[in-house]
Every structure is written in C-alpha cells, then in structure tokens.
Design a protein around this ligand. Structure first.
Ligand SMILES: *Cc1c(COP(=O)(O)O)cnc(C)c1O
Length: 363
C-alpha cells in the first residue's frame, strides 16, 4: 500500500533549485539563497560561526531573547561583543545603532532581530541598515518572525545575511529555513579560517558543492517532506499575494490590540508602530493563570503566557500564518474575556472595527 507521505518520488535538484528561487522571490533578493535543512537556529548559528572570528568585534543588538543566544555564539567564536540592549517593550533606533558603531570603529559584524515574536516588538531595519552600511560592517538579520508578516527587503536595506524560517507568518513547516548571502558575506566567510567546513553548520559547503557547481547535484539527501511543505507555503503565499498576507497580519495585530484595550489590558509594547504584526503582547497580572483559564475556555485560542521572567506579567496572542484572521482574533479575545470574567462584547466590536479599518483583508 502506498503512503502519501512515505512513498514519494525523489526530490530532484531542479525542484530544489526552483524552491530556492521561490524563497529569493519572496525576499526580493538577487543574492544567493541557501536553504538549510533544520530549524532557523541552524542558519543563524552557521552565519555567526562563519562571519565572526577571533579578533572580530561584533555589535549584538538585544531586543528580545534571541539576542542573548547570538551574543553567546559570538563570544564562543572569540569575537569581542558589544551588546546594545534596549528594554524589550521598545524598538532599537537607528540613532542608537549609529552611536554604538561610532564609539567602536572596529565593529565588523552586526546582529539584529527584525521582529520579536516572544516580546512583540519590531525594529526599523531600513534605517538601521543605512547606519550599518555607512560603517561597513557585515549585517546579519534574524527575520524569522517578520517574513510574510511585514515588509522585508534585505537587498534594499543592505542586509548581508537574512535568515528566515517557514513556520511563523509563512504558515509553513518548522524544520526548514533559509538565508540570503551577499557577495561580501561569502568573501568574509571564505577569509575566515574558523568558518565551519565539512559540517552541518557550513554555508561554504553549500556554496562550493551546490551553488558553484551549477546546482546540478544535491550534496545531501534533501529533507523531502519539509521541502514540499516549503514549496506549498510559497505557492499559497503567491496565490494570496505577499501584500495581502502582510495586510492580514497588520489587521490581526490592530484588531487584537483594539480588542485588548476594550478589555482594559495595556499593550506590552506601548508604541503601536513598534509592535510586531506577528504577535501581540499584553501586560496581564498573573499571566500564567490567566492564560491557563483562557485556553481551558477556548482550547483553540492561540495565546500563551510570556516566557521566563515574563510569565507572571505578560501574555502573548499569536496571530501568524493562517491564524492572522479575524475569527481567530475573536476566539483569542473571547478566551481572554472569559478568563478575566469580563463581557467579550465590547472587545469583539472593537476588534471587528479595527479589522475593517485596515480594509477587511480576506483570509
Ligand atoms: C521563532 C523564532 C526563531 C526560532 O526559529 P526556529 O525555527 O524555531 O529555530 C528565531 N528567531 C526569531 C525572531 C523567532 O521568532
């Protein structure tokens, strides 16, 4: 008996290359795209270990939990690390980045997270990219939580390494990720004797064995199911239109924010322009208990208490991928109202009004 997930014809090199081109198109990039067969932490670690070397000085912008991880990898590579940390309820500004760069002319690597799903903030990458380009450092961007949810233009913004994952706003599988690599970044990697080689973390291996040989023969057996999932979510985004997908995420964020305000809940990110379209974070006393009650009332509500130290004071409503839809937002608000023993009516009305004010994007 053939099984639809198991008895598949081999994924050809041509099809793998076409999926790569689909990712490049999604990112409007002319750079090489490397698809990495693992969650997004794989290319993020690969980029840092390839781009940073003993003696490098890195500016690591910390606007959420992933910045700490990047700083640890950078230090492990022997780099001097300048951490620029801002309160997690705000965005970093281009001025702050420019000042940090001016203070340390030797900085040659900058790591930044675009949108933070965990804390609900998003950073002004276009303006930051200008500052980084003027300085001349290599610029790595973690765009896992922004791709599909908000504009992302790595080439226009001067991003040398743009890492994405398919499982958030793209609505795709979690086990595959990708990175666009600029010519400058390839040169830096090649000049780094400590860059991973003959390793799962090696981006240079993919360049030598796949890109530079004309993408004729895959160097490893492809992660076939994840690749087909990635292809399917690229097709689905193309069918809906990237702008429409982004509009849905913006509307979901606006609707959630408005509904939460009607329930008397303050946004964790007070400035709306600094709030990420991928998830809305809220200041909620006893957040763990409230989240548990809310999910008990509405098991499909995509919400959770904040991680780590934020578990007691922050609650996060996820609205990404297919969940960036008014019915899902309404379910989350109904769950929250129940947990708070409040009337959901005003919150649902405010959410619907905010959704409509964004042009009622169709799901
Ligand atoms: C979800 C997320 C990741 C981690 O992605 P994985 O594929 O789970 O490794 C990294 N960075 C950001 C900003 C994220 O939101």
């Amino acid at each position: 008996m053939t099984h639809p997930l198991l008895d598949l014809p081999p994924l050809t090199a041509e099809r793998f290359a076409a999926i790569e081109r689909g990712v490049a198109q999604l990112l409007s990039t002319e750079q090489d795209v490397v698809i990495t067969q693992g969650e997004a932490l794989l290319p993020l670690e690969g980029c840092i270990r390839s781009g940073a070397r003993p003696g490098s000085t890195a500016l690591n912008v910390v606007t959420g939990p992933y910045g700490t991880t990047f700083g640890n990898w950078l230090r492990d590579c022997g780099a001097h690390v300048v951490d620029l940390a801002v309160p997690f309820e705000t965005a970093v500004t281009a001025e702050q980045v420019a000042e940090a760069l001016a203070a340390r002319p030797e900085i040659d690597f900058v790591s930044l997270v675009h949108a933070e799903a965990a804390t609900g903030n998003t950073n002004p990458v276009a303006a930051i990219g200008e500052a980084v380009r003027a300085h001349g450092a290599l610029f790595m961007l973690d765009a896992v939580a922004s791709v599909g949810a908000e504009p992302l233009l790595p080439d226009a913004w001067g991003v040398d390494l743009c890492v994405i994952g398919a499982q958030k706003a793209m609505g795709g599988p979690a086990g595959v990720s990708a990175v666009s690599v600029s010519q400058r970044a390839w040169e830096r990697f090649a000049a780094n004797p400590a860059a991973p080689r003959r390793s799962y973390l090696s981006l240079l291996d993919w360049k030598e064995r796949w890109i530079d040989t004309g993408r004729a023969v895959l160097p490893h057996a492809p992660a076939q199911l994840e690749m087909l999932g990635l292809e399917a979510c690229l097709d689905r985004i193309a069918a809906e239109g990237l702008a429409a997908v982004q509009a849905r995420h913006a509307a979901a964020a606006a609707a959630t924010r408005a509904g939460a305000a009607a329930l008397g809940l303050a946004p964790y990110v007070p400035v709306a322009a600094e709030a990420a379209p991928v998830a809305t974070t809220l200041r909620v006393a006893d957040a763990s208990a409230v989240a548990a009650k809310a999910v008990a009332a509405e098991p499909d509500a995509p919400l959770a208490a904040g991680g780590g130290a934020l578990a007691g004071s922050m609650l996060r409503v996820n609205h990404y991928g297919p969940a960036a839809a008014l019915p899902v937002v309404r379910t989350a608000l109904t769950a929250l109202a129940t947990a708070l023993s409040a009337d959901p009516g005003p919150a649902l009305a405010a959410a619907t009004e905010a959704w409509d004010a964004q042009g009622s994007p169709a799901a």
